[in-house]
Design a protein around this ligand. Structure first.
Ligand code: DAT
Ligand code: MG
Length: 140
């Protein structure tokens, strides 16, 4: 069965709270292989660029400020149906709606500070992965 790739970020709230290790453990135990990974910090400009699709949404300013507020862990993950299965693993955007046991149900504080990002399509996974990593940094 062909595998595919998704892109994730452990967001500033979860890194600051010391949850990065537990979240990575949960991701690996769910069968995802880490292809690329780094601890980094987005500038407001870079966070704005990453979330440019949400520019017109009322929460855009808040989102950019939050995503540039502290270190994040960025990673490319590989698994069968990676994009779909990762969205299932992280749970709904609003942790109040996230299924018990999902990463957002366990670690997210609010709809804005929701612990993790997960790409929403194969196309965006590829765009977002190459936003953070060069081809030689992806160890397939
Ligand atoms: P997701 O991250 O589940 O793909 P999204 O793409 O709709 O959700 O939004 C991107 C991020 O923007 C989301 O993870 C947190 C923030 N966000 C979304 N809706 C919000 C809202 N109503 N208020 C504040 N932040 C919000
Ligand atoms: Mg999204």
């Amino acid at each position: 069965m062909a595998t595919n790739r998704t892109f994730t970020m452990i967001k500033p709230d979860a890194v600051a709270a010391g949850h990065a290790g537990a979240i990575l453990k949960q991701i690996q135990e769910a069968g995802f292989k880490i292809i690329a990974m780094k601890l980094t910090k987005l500038s407001p400009e870079k966070a704005g660029e990453f979330y440019a699709v949400h520019k017109e949404r009322p929460f855009y300013g808040e989102l950019v400020a939050f995503m540039s507020s502290g270190p994040i862990v960025a990673a490319v993950l590989e698994k069968e149906k990676a994009v779909k299965d990762f969205r299932k693993l992280i749970g709904a955007t609003n942790p109040a709606d996230a299924k018990p046991g999902t990463i957002r149900a366990l670690y997210a504080k609010s709809i804005g500070e929701n612990a993790v990002h997960g790409a929403d399509s194969n196309k965006n996974a590829a765009i977002e992965g190459s936003f953070h990593f060069s081809a030689v940094e992806m160890v397939g």
